[in-house]
Design a protein around this ligand. Structure first.
Ligand SMILES: [Zn+2]
Length: 334
């Protein structure tokens, strides 16, 4: 079995090309013997190389939708640099409408940097890590809260102690112009695409364009204008197409440590007390849990583990142990 994918276009070529990156499967899955990632390269002139990724999780649709639109509408002559657009890096999950791959059960954002001899999710990640990241100066990895989480539309950055690098990251996230920017400090074992790219020195703009609801004009606009604004900031494209639109005053926050994510400690029915944009205090009641199989049991009250701003909340009341109930972030300064 050959583990190298078949790349049907020249990723280093000029102009606009559309094609596929095809991974043969060890064994057929639901009648398919290969997995194909759609890919579009738009290249011209001397600007930076930017990779745009969508569909890392298969229940997140803004990235694939917006990247398809960008691939259709961008004129290569107007681009300065190289855009490598991969709108659906996890096709089995997208086709299955699930966060994880139905073939191997893996979460594509927890297996970085992948394994060329591993399962299909690990093999796709190994190709992205070994072939795409080294050819990129910038990574934009576009997510949403999917079916499970409603999120304030946000861009996500990674912490660095280097002041010049921090200024470069901040400028890019200001240009993305989401209502919220959340800075992460990941542990060494948190094997995400953005974390891996950041460690390798790429400029990373992750995004979460809402979630917990169907794709909407507002969630698509957050993703679309975020990408267009950032490409304009990188001087790859002319100024954004709607310069007169209202701009957000991006609030810079941070999310790290276990207390930033409040997880459910049991299966049950979750009754939240607070919502997005609420400011909460540590110890304040956050909601109640009732065991699904014990409806006569009194609800148990949960409390916020930390003070801060609610940036995310469970999008459904049927929760399992370990599900995220809230994201609580703090202002970057403070
Ligand atoms: Zn995601």
């Amino acid at each position: 079995m050959g583990y190298e994918p078949r790349v049907e276009i020249d990723l280093a070529g000029a102009g606009k090309q559309v094609g596929r990156v095809v991974f043969p499967l060890d064994e057929p899955f639901q009648g398919r013997s290969e997995i194909a990632l759609p890919v579009c390269v738009i290249a011209n002139g001397k600007g930076p190389a930017v990779s745009l990724w969508g569909g890392n999780h298969g229940d997140e649709y803004e990235g694939p939708t917006v990247m398809g639109q960008l691939a259709r509408e961008l004129d290569p002559a107007a681009v300065e640099g190289r855009l490598l657009i991969l709108p659906a890096i996890n096709p089995p999950a997208l086709q299955n409408r699930s966060r994880t791959s139905p073939i191997d059960g893996k979460n594509m954002n927890r297996v970085w940097p992948g394994d060329r001899q591993g399962t299909i999710t690990e093999r796709i990640v190994a190709w992205l890590a070994d072939s795409v990241l080294p050819a990129s100066d910038v990574l934009m990895d576009c997510h949403t809260g999917g079916d499970a989480l409603e999120l304030i539309p946000m861009s996500m950055s990674h912490h660095t102690d280097d002041a010049a690098e921090r200024a470069r990251i901040t400028a890019a996230h200001l240009s993305f112009n989401a209502p919220l920017c959340v800075e992460l400090r990941l542990g060494a074992n948190r094997a995400t695409a953005a974390g891996c790219a950041h460690e390798r020195g790429l400029l990373v703009i992750g995004s979460e364009s809402g979630g917990g609801h169907p794709v909407s004009p507002a969630s698509l606009a957050n993703c679309y204008f975020g990408i267009r604004n950032t490409l304009a900031h990188l001087e790859m494209l002319p100024a954004p197409p709607a310069p007169g639109r209202p701009r957000h005053a991006t609030r810079f926050t941070r999310k790290w440590g276990h207390q930033a994510e409040m997880l459910s400690d049991s299966d049950g029915i979750f009754i939240p007390f607070r919502g997005l944009w609420d400011e909460v205090e540590e110890g304040e009641p956050a909601g109640q849990i009732i065991p699904r199989d014990q409806p006569f049991e009194a609800p148990r009250t949960l409390h916020f583990p930390a003070s801060g701003l609610i940036a995310g909340r469970a999008a459904r009341s049927g929760v399992a142990a370990g599900d995220v109930l809230y994201w609580v972030v703090r202002d970057a300064e403070g």
